[in-house]
Design a protein around this ligand. Structure first.
Ligand code: NAP
Length: 287
């Protein structure tokens, strides 16, 4: 059985990925704030990285550790580069096996999405720049790399810090009026969908650069209305606003989204519709 080290294993994607992968691989779960089932591993601490890799010698690393707060990256630039770029270098310094890096549509400027793997990158935020720098470093320095770009990852996990889905559902259950932007376009991706892809990439040892996202390109307001519809909640509590009105620190790629033909043919899969994913989540939650 292959052994797989997951970094950032207690984050949003990490929880779902661990849950799925535990049935097929020997997992080493690591994180900054691990639960009882994991070990502490800060990817910027070179010594700890070496110790863990020497001791555990995994076959595969799935690197989910990242500073993912896009606005925080604009103010904490040094830390963003340390975690998102140097973290990758630290891990690869002591590892020659299959390295899977989760990246993002934020490597694009969002002027003409949806994007394929061949489209020109041009990040407009610090977060996007760090993720692109990590991609480029990996491509040039680690032969067994897989870079998997995704976008607007969501789940409904109890302890998830920032979950768009949870925020919408809980606000509407509590009859709270909220504003959601209607000018950012993506194909929102359920953590379970992405975890299934990661599983296939490990099993089949697929290398290279790929995009994966669920099927439908929606703006956030449309996504929130679909959530309201599937969870049978009052969508009229949600009002559309523009991104400019939010005055966020980091600029966002507006017309984004990812094309997935390459991975569909490589893995012989078909992305699910967002509605199907939301219905599955509702069924699991039984609400
Ligand atoms: N969320 C999205 O829409 C999206 C889209 C495309 C790509 N991605 C990528 O997908 C991956 C997983 O993201 P996510 O949505 O699951 O975000 P997340 O919930 O923020 O998970 C990231 C994890 O990394 C951990 N971490 C931060 N600094 C670390 C360090 N120095 N050493 C070790 N672990 C560290 C965090 O720990 P603490 O929480 O304890 O600080 C957190 O558990 C990231 O690489 C992200 O860039 C995310």
């Amino acid at each position: 059985m292959k052994s797989v080290l997951i970094t950032g294993a207690f984050g949003q994607l990490g929880k779902s990925c661990s849950e799925l992968l535990k049935n097929n691989f020997e997992l080493i779960l690591s994180g900054l704030h691990p639960s009882d089932s994991g070990i502490k591993l800060d990817v910027i601490e070179q010594k700890s990285v070496k110790t863990v890799l020497d001791k555990k010698s995994p076959d595969t690393i799935v690197n989910l550790a990242a500073l993912t707060d896009v606005d925080q990256c604009e103010v904490d630039i040094e830390n963003a580069y340390r975690i998102n770029v140097d973290g990758v270098k630290n891990l690869c310094k002591h590892f020659t096996g299959h390295f899977i890096q989760i990246s993002t549509d934020y490597v694009f400027d969002g002027k003409s999405g949806p994007y394929s793997e061949n489209d020109k990158t041009n990040p407009i935020s610090i977060y996007g720049k760090t993720k692109l720098e990590a991609e480029n470093w990996l491509m040039n320095n680690h032969s067994k790399f897989t870079i998997l770009r995704s976008n607007v990852i969501y789940s409904f996990s109890k302890n998830t810090k920032a979950s768009f889905l949870k925020w919408i559902v809980e606000s509407l259950i509590n009859k709270k009026s909220i504003n959601v932007v209607d000018d950012q376009w993506n194909n929102p991706t359920w953590t379970n969908s992405l975890s299934e892809i990661i599983q296939l990439l490990i099993e089949n040892e697929v290398y290279g650069l790929f995009h994966y996202a669920d099927k439908d390109i929606l703006n956030r307001f449309e996504f929130s209305q679909l959530i309201a519809q599937v969870f049978e909640l009052d969508g009229s509590l949600i009002s559309p606003i523009s991104t400019a009105d939010l005055r966020q620190k980091a600029p966002r790629p507006m017309k984004s989204g990812l094309l997935t033909e390459k991975i569909e043919s490589e893995l012989e899969i078909k992305p699910k519709s967002v509605e199907t994913c939301l219905k599955e989540i509702r069924k699991q939650l039984s609400i």
